[in-house]
Design a protein around this ligand. Structure first.
Ligand SMILES: Cc1cc2nc3c(=O)[nH]c(=O)nc-3n(C[C@H](O)[C@H](O)[C@H](O)COP(=O)(O)OP(=O)(O)OC[C@H]3O[C@@H](n4cnc5c(N)ncnc54)[C@H](O)[C@@H]3O)c2cc1C
Length: 424
């Protein structure tokens, strides 16, 4: 990658300026530059150091979306899980998940069998174009005996057996984020970390410049761009207001615990006593339990309190009674504010559908806000965001090839070759 050079940001105007260097901003920069747009990106801290660092590393295939009958979201998740295995096979790994089936209409074998049939149909091309070693087997039901063997401590009352499905784990998720940054850089995008957007400058109502601060020197600079894309993650609401948009982004705190507890070979899924589904996933010699989210909207950016962590430890032990989790096992707390969906009369929940808002609708043309909901689907969101930006630019741009172009250093062959070279 090019060394950090703030002066390159002043060599605008750019077609597109991205604010925020998490997985969404970096994917947008990669998508835009690969499709021929002159692109810059500023990140207030390290690339990928926000929520894109704090996640549970599962490339979800959309089973959750099926539960709410959101077929489009489920299909997109399956497609994007496959895209990750195509463009970054080195960084993903098939991971089996197991959940208990119970004497119940919604959690019983019949319901899961039907769900898996639908999933198999929606995901019939899930392995197309993927290295054989990364093919995902079909989901299946397990006997009660096998479930007890694979899921020690599972709640046994009314247990009829289990169900097993596969997703990918993004084992090296930070390297995956950096591979996207490296791809954007290779396509000519100017990426600069430790530069924070502080003000939008408008000409005749249109956002044409962003004032930013170099956080290393304190120097203020101006970046000119025809379209500014706000991909500031949990700060997207603040940045949208700065750009003149009316988009509000309610937030919920979400958390995982990385623990020193020896991992099992399979990931386990089970509900807390309040019915919230948690997963326990093996990762690099540790076990990660997550994802808990708060019941009320976040009002501050302060991380979790000791009481929040203790509550989560209790819930994790309810869901996984054999875990024996205590505070001493916790080696890292993944925590972040994620976008929430708010509906009258209902508790806030995680936002299910990404937002791409052209602020021309708010009287602030030249600016777009992007709010993603999953690391897994960031590429697809970026593809749509760049298409929206091309409409604002009034320019036809090249077709997207990001779902099939292998990221730098992410191919299986690269690493095999390197290992052979090193051995020589
Ligand atoms: C606990 C937890 C577990 C999760 N587990 C999973 C999972 O297993 N699988 C999955 O697919 N998804 C998961 N997610 C969701 C996923 O992590 C997020 O959807 C995704 O990482 C968000 O990426 P982002 O780029 O939008 O935000 P971020 O990664 O937060 O990036 C936004 C960036 O914008 C920068 N920024 C903010 N303001 C400015 C400014 N003014 N100027 C310049 N830069 C600015 C910030 O510094 C930040 O780096 C999880 C989320 C959480 C919190």
């Amino acid at each position: 990658m090019q060394p950090r050079d703030v002066s390159r940001l002043e060599a605008g105007p750019f077609d597109l300026l991205v604010i925020g260097g998490g997985i969404h901003g970096l994917s947008i920069a990669c998508e835009a530059s690969s499709r021929g747009l002159r692109t810059a990106l500023i990140e207030a801290a390290d690339f990928g150091s926000g929520i894109s660092f704090n996640h549970q590393k599962t490339a979800h295939g959309g089973l959750r979306s099926l539960q709410s009958l959101s077929f489009d979201l489920a299909r997109e998740a399956i497609r994007e899980r496959r895209a990750l295995a195509r463009i970054a096979p080195w960084f993903v790994h098939p991971l089996p998940f197991i959940v208990g089936t119970y004497r119940s209409v919604t959690k019983g074998r019949l319901a899961l069998r039907a769900g898996f049939k639908l999933d198999a149909w929606l995901g019939r091309d899930r392995n197309a174009g993927i290295e054989r070693e990364l093919h995902l087997p079909p989901a299946k039901l397990l006997s009660r005996g096998m479930t007890l063997k694979l899921f020690p401590g599972i709640r046994q009352k009314d247990l009829t057996g289990g169900a097993q499905w596969y997703d990918y784990q993004m084992v090296e998720n930070d390297r995956l984020t950096f591979a996207v940054a490296a791809a954007a850089d290779a396509h000519g995008a100017v990426l600069v970390s430790y530069v924070e957007a502080i003000e939008a400058v408008r000409e005749a109502g249109r956002v044409t410049e962003i004032s930013a601060r170099d956080r290393e020197t304190g120097r203020q600079l101006t970046i000119r761009a025809t379209v500014t894309v706000n991909a500031a993650g949990s700060r997207a609401g603040d940045v949208a207001r700065m750009l003149g948009g009316s988009q509000t982004v309610p937030l919920l705190a979400a958390m995982n615990l990385v623990t020193s507890i020896a991992p099992r070979e399979v990931a386990l899924a089970a509900p807390t006593s309040a019915g919230r589904m948690l997963t326990l996933v093996p990762w690099k010699g540790c076990s990660i339990v997550g994802t808990a989210h708060a019941d009320a909207l976040a009002t501050t950016e302060t991380g979790p309190s000791t009481a929040d962590i203790d509550t989560f430890v209790r819930e994790a032990n309810e869901a996984f009674p054999a875990l024996g989790l205590s505070r001493e096992h916790i080696t890292l707390v993944h925590w972040g504010l994620v976008a929430a969906a708010v509906a009258p009369g209902k508790p806030p929940d995680l936002l299910g559908t990404p937002i791409i808002r052209d602020h021309a609708k708010d009287g602030a043309p030249g600016a777009i806000t992007v709010v993603g909901v999953k690391y897994t689907t960031a590429r697809a969101v970026a593809e749509r965001a760049v298409s929206a930006a091309s409409s604002v630019l009034g320019r036809r741009i090249r077709r997207s090839r990001s779902a099939s172009t292998v990221l730098p250093g992410a191919a299986l062959a690269d690493h095999e070759g390197l290992a052979i070279e090193t051995a020589r």
